[in-house]
Ligand binder design. Structure first.
Ligand code: C2O
Ligand code: CU
Ligand code: CU
Length: 493
């Protein structure tokens, strides 16, 4: 049996033995020798309103070349990998038809859509292999970038790793009013960032039974893919371009910047626009977080998007994807002579719905920890680490919290051991404090994911119902932590 202490010692040994060789597989050469020649794939757009608000998705396996010339087994929605971007209009009701052509069961969760628990697509709404699911979704929320992905308990991490991830664009007309770039695929680009480990033949390396190391730190890959491919290049108009950044990695935090240090403006986070844009030159996106940024390519100079070492790996310290400890280039931008239509935009964006923390009806504390919490599963290798919230590992039959529809609560989230990206279904929140301090401006809007390094206070707004049969989840979005039980469920009535 592996105790927590022995496990930690084992981890330390791996560090001294060279992290790049064990936790992270062989890496591709970076820098001068690498040519970013592959066009950035743009997922097809489904504009729901233009097809009678009926949208069909089919989860199936396929073949896709993440690495050029090396096609391999993958999963995707209505295509070999990833899925379409679905544009939904506020005020509409959409009928989704999801077909499961995979050889395993799945679910489809609408991460960021504020819909009732029975259509949320969590672990209770299983779509059997060969089966079908037809939820009706009423879109009643501000413009935002959301996404969809599987949520089958104990298999979420692997299914997403295999490629099941799609983008959702909620449209309420505010970007038209503000004059923001909004021509999909031209000056409004989806940027889905993930890390993967590949075998020499280009196949994905993901173990159906991850080892304790992978569970403890989440699955981390040495190669970064953007919209499903390695080393892409995006051609952009030489004007303002909007990037909808989604960190869809299993565990990795991306620390994004441009190779020339240029500034960009953050205009939206998970649940909608900020009240005003925030100028930055480096932005951290943790798993499941979304940021919309505006970048000016008027100087017509090609530039690289880079990501830095993940500095939040607990005892491992800072680790960059390729093991070098440095920033790595992940996507090249090449401005074309074509001038886009948008050259500037108003300083004020959208005033967020107010959130008055004095109106909170109760306070809860949730402690995210790993170790001995009854969640350990025996294997030949010993015991896998348990992942828990308040000492309990996930139980699909247990309701952990009761909330009242239309109320606000203060949730205090405490991370033990390493930083955990905490997510709540069916609700959005404002960050009241991070480690005791007010949040930076780009994290001050409505969100549904927060990276908690030690402690965070959230003001959560409960406005959607969920029953005991179809409760909402809250969990760590490091997918291996979630699958291992760092998840709870709540009802709302
Ligand atoms: Cu992105 Cu519970 O999920
Ligand atoms: Cu969610
Ligand atoms: Cu976690």
């Amino acid at each position: 049996m592996l105790t927590r202490r022995q496990f930690t010692n084992g981890s330390a040994a791996i560090v001294s033995g060279g992290l790049a060789g064990s936790l992270i597989g062989a890496h591709l050469a970076q820098g001068e020798s690498v040519h970013f020649t592959r066009r950035l794939p743009i997922p097809p757009l489904i504009d729901a309103a233009k097809q009678g608000n009926a949208v069909k998705l089919k989860a199936a396996s396929g073949r896709h070349a993440f690495i050029k010339g090396k096609p391999t087994h993958s999963y995707g929605y209505s295509g070999p990998v990833l899925g379409p971007a679905i544009r939904l209009r506020r005020g509409d009701e959409v009928e989704m038809t999801v077909e499961n052509a995979l050889d395993v069961d799945t679910t489809v969760h609408w991460h960021g859509l504020l819909v009732p628990g029975d259509v949320d697509g969590g672990p209770h709404q299983i779509i059997k292999s060969g089966g079908m699911w037809r939820p009706r979704l009423r879109i009643e929320q501000p413009a935002s970038t959301a996404w969809f992905h599987p949520h089958l308990h104990h298999d979420t991490a692997r299914q997403i790793y295999m490629g099941l991830t799609g983008l959702i664009i909620v449209d309420d007309g505010s970007d038209t009013n503000l004059g923001l770039p909004r021509t999909y695929g031209i000056d409004d680009l989806p940027i889905i960032i993930q890390d993967r480990s590949f075998d020499t033949d280009g196949s994905l390396l993901y173990d159906r039974a991850p080892d304790p190391q992978t569970i403890q730190y989440g699955s981390r890959g040495s190669t970064i893919i953007v919209n499903g491919v390695v080393h892409p290049v995006a051609q952009v108009p030489c004007s303002l371009v909007r990037l909808r950044i989604l960190n869809a990695a299993n565990a990795q935090n991306f620390d994004l910047r441009f190779s020339d240090g240029r500034e960009f403006r953050v205009v939206a986070s998970d649940a909608g626009f900020l009240s005003a844009s925030v100028t930055m030159n480096q932005l951290r996106a943790s798993p499941a977080e979304r940021f919309e940024i505006l970048v000016d390519f008027a100087d017509r100079k090609p530039v690289m998007l880079e990501t830095g070492p993940d500095t939040l790996m607990g005892i491992f310290g800072a680790v960059s994807p390729d093991g070098s400890g440095d920033f790595v280039s992940i996507l090249r931008f090449e401005p074309t002579p074509a001038v886009g239509t948008v050259r500037d935009f108003p300083a004020r964006l959208v005033e967020p719905a107010t959130a008055d923390s004095t109106k909170a009806v109760r306070r809860r504390q949730l402690v995210l920890d790993s170790g001995i919490c009854g969640g350990q599963r025996p294997t030949e290798m010993g015991m896998l680490p348990g992942m828990c919230i308040n000492g309990k590992t996930h139980d699909l039959a247990r309701i952990d919290a009761d909330t009242k529809l239309g109320t606000l609560e203060v949730w205090e989230i405490v991370s033990i051991g390493m930083a955990h990206p905490f997510h709540v279904h069916g609700a959005s929140f404002r960050i009241l404090s991070l480690a005791g301090a007010p949040p930076p401006a780009h994290l001050a809007g409505w969100k549904d994911v927060v990276l908690v390094e030690d402690k965070a206070e959230l003001l959560v707004a409960f406005n959607r119902p969920a029953t005991r049969e179809h409760p909402f989840m809250y969990h760590c979005h490091i997918l291996e932590h979630e699958d291992a039980g760092m998840m709870g469920q709540y009802v709302c009535a």
